[in-house]
Design a protein around this ligand. Structure first.
Ligand SMILES: *[C@@H]1O[C@H](CO)[C@@H](O)[C@H](O)[C@H]1NC(C)=O
Ligand SMILES: *[C@@H]1O[C@H](CO)[C@@H](O)[C@H](O)[C@H]1NC(C)=O
Ligand SMILES: *[C@@H]1O[C@H](CO)[C@@H](O)[C@H](O)[C@H]1NC(C)=O
Ligand SMILES: *[C@@H]1O[C@H](CO)[C@@H](O)[C@H](O)[C@H]1NC(C)=O
Ligand SMILES: *[C@@H]1O[C@H](CO)[C@@H](O)[C@H](O)[C@H]1NC(C)=O
Ligand SMILES: *[C@@H]1O[C@H](CO)[C@@H](O)[C@H](O)[C@H]1NC(C)=O
Ligand SMILES: *[C@@H]1O[C@H](CO)[C@@H](O)[C@H](O)[C@H]1NC(C)=O
Length: 537
């Protein structure tokens, strides 16, 4: 059938008054480039005398294929070898498809009556080459407007932006999107650090397939923010040469660099840590000063200061020493000056203790206004003891002690021992006295010096001649004082002292007799009362 005959047939058929029934389903039909497509009909079973498929893009329709009496009529270019018609249901199979095959296909069937129908075929070029490009290689948070462009090859494309697996929903302000058939532009105004965390993808789809771009990363520089300094509340005074330092940190991308200041003055120190050693090297710390760090981000060109921390640096007290009198001290005649010094450190307060108890001014104790020395005017024996001077500053306490020896006495001389003994008894008389240094003792018997030079005077076997007066003489070599005490001893014949009972024994016997007597009386009274009760007569 040549073109003229074909046109004539169409004219004839339309002239017959053809009926446009439901021959074809609603379109369009999408098919992938290079594949075969079958355009289906709704005809079903009836044997068809003539089936004519035509194709139309812009101009006149051109014949694709005609089946008449079940035989496919010869076809022309570009359909040779590319088409077939199922004579039973009129399906047209076409392929492999080229982009030129996109267009409207019309079927005309002639059997008992004539029917026509149209359907659009869209030959889809596969989605490929999905790429994301950015207007900037890196961005600054809040400042940058990032424009991402997604391009892809293919036809009838729809674009979607994803962050990870979550679609980005444009709000028209922060995220704005503009798409056409071949590209999509995502504009992120005043980009935030969180906007591009995790990978960004562009997903491109047509009705048949979806292609995703490679993950796209863009660094958003931000910060520094949350600039912190630790410790935030250090002690007001730091011990010199101790292991103390300040550390600065900030959230920043890229990581911040740090500079340190005391007051408004920059310090020669880089890095996030400022050590006490550096502060001391700067000869700072004598007075309380404020320290801050400033964090700088080279990319965002922002510098943020940390809160300020203040402290002073103080040397610990060491080498404390109490100096006291070197001369011999005598109670009631000497005065003592104690003074206290340290070889290093700043002393803030001084206190004095004697034998662990605080000493205060008053009486014989006079303190220098700065408490560095103390005078005891006219020493007494009570002043013997250990004196402690306690030097304190905010970082430590150091102490030193001095042992004071005040010579005195002898005082309160006494002799312990029996006043009466029997013949042959052993006798020990012991002399004692309060004295510093300890007293030397000598004994006199009946006023005559003896050879005994110890505190104890011992008589191994008493004789009558040992009766008499024993005088202990206590002598202190330093005070050069002597004090005496006289004790009288009488020696009696054997048994003279243990005759009779002692007063205690006599008292005991008396009490025992009285108790027994009382019990007897009570028993008698009791029995007498009972007798009339038992006898009714
Ligand atoms: C497509 O159709 C042609 C001819 O119509 C046929 O030779 C070919 O095998 C078909 N290809 C597929 C994938 O069905
Ligand atoms: C034509 O279509 C009918 C019904 O759908 C089917 O049974 C038959 O196999 C088809 N013929 C060809 C040649 O594909
Ligand atoms: C993008 O970021 C992911 C993780 O966030 C990382 O694994 C990947 O290597 C990055 N890719 C590029 C090109 O930087
Ligand atoms: C960011 O914006 C501020 C104010 O708009 C500007 O002063 C600053 O220089 C900008 N920073 C960068 C790195 O462009
Ligand atoms: C007391 O001191 C004075 C002078 O300081 C001295 O002459 C005197 O001998 C002293 N007395 C005693 C008991 O040491
Ligand atoms: C003790 O110190 C006071 C005041 O500093 C001084 O007047 C006095 O002479 C000193 N006494 C002695 C015994 O050093
Ligand atoms: C010591 O004196 C006492 C009483 O004065 C006297 O009884 C005694 O005989 C004297 N003893 C000696 C050994 O002189």
């Amino acid at each position: 059938m040549d073109l003229f005959a074909f046109k004539t047939l169409l004219v004839l058929l339309s002239f017959i008054g053809c009926c446009a029934g439901n021959v074809l389903p609603p379109g369009p039909v999408d098919a992938k480039l290079g594949t075969n497509v079958t355009l289906k009909t709704l005809i079903g079973k009836a044997e068809l005398a003539v089936i004519i498929w035509t194709f139309k893009t812009d101009g006149e329709p051109i014949p694709v294929a005609t089946s008449s009496s079940g035989t496919l009529q010869p076809v022309k270019e570009p359909y040779i070898g590319r088409v077939s018609i199922n004579k039973t249901n009129g399906y047209l199979t076409l392929g492999p498809l080229t982009t030129e095959d996109s267009g409207v296909y019309t079927i005309t069937t002639v059997s008992a009556d004539t029917q026509t129908g149209d359907i659009e075929l869209r030959v889809l070029v596969p989605v490929s080459d999905v790429t994301i490009t950015s207007n900037v290689p890196e961005a600054v948070e809040h400042n940058s407007t990032v424009v991402l462009t997604c391009k892809a090859k293919g036809s009838f494309l729809k674009f979607t932006w994803l962050k990870g697996t979550t679609p980005i929903v444009p709000d028209g302000k922060h995220f704005a999107e503009k798409s056409d058939e071949t590209s999509s532009v995502l504009t992120i105004n005043h980009v935030l650090r969180t906007d591009l965390i995790g990978s960004i993808y562009c997903s491109v789809a047509n009705s048949l397939e979806t292609e995703k771009s490679a993950p796209f990363n863009l660094t958003v520089h931000y910060g520094p923010d949350e600039v912190t300094i630790t410790p935030l509340a250090p002690p007001k005074v730091i011990r010199a040469k101790s292991n103390f330092n300040l550390t600065c940190s900030a959230r920043s991308n890229p990581p911040a660099t740090f500079t340190w200041y005391h007051g408004e003055q920059m310090m020669e120190n880089s890095g996030p840590v400022l050590t006490l050693e550096v502060i001391e090297k700067h000869r700072l710390g004598a007075k309380e000063e404020a320290y801050t760090c400033r964090a700088t981000n080279a990319k965002t060109q922002r510098t943020v200061p940390s809160p300020a921390v203040s402290f002073a640096v103080m040397e610990a007290i060491s080498g404390s020493k109490v100096s006291g009198p070197t001369a011999t001290l005598i109670a009631g005649n000497s005065t003592a000056n104690l003074s206290c010094q340290a070889t290093a450190g700043t002393v803030k307060t001084i206190s004095w203790l004697k034998d662990g108890k605080a000493l205060s001014a008053g009486g014989r104790h006079v303190f220098a206004t700065d408490m560095s020395s103390m005078m005891i005017n006219l020493l007494q024996k009570e002043d013997n003891g250990e004196y402690t001077c306690q030097l304190t500053n905010p970082v430590n306490t150091d102490k030193a002690t001095y042992k004071m020896v005040v010579n005195y006495g002898p005082e309160g001389v006494k002799v312990d021992g029996p006043e009466a003994v029997e013949m042959n008894d052993i006798v020990e008389l012991i002399c004692s006295a309060a004295s510093v240094p300890p007293a030397n003792f000598t004994w006199k018997f009946n006023g005559t010096m003896t050879a005994i030079k110890t505190a104890k005077y011992r008589i191994d076997m008493a004789r009558y001649k040992n009766s008499g007066t024993y005088t202990c003489e206590a002598h202190n070599d330093v005070t050069d004082k002597t004090t005496t005490h006289t004790h009288t001893l009488s020696v009696k014949e054997e048994g003279a002292l243990d005759e009779g009972l002692s007063d205690g024994a006599i008292a005991g016997i008396v009490i025992a007799i009285l108790v027994a007597l009382g019990a007897a009386i009570a028993l008698i009274v009791y029995c007498r009362q009972k007798v009339p009760v038992e006898s009714p007569y």
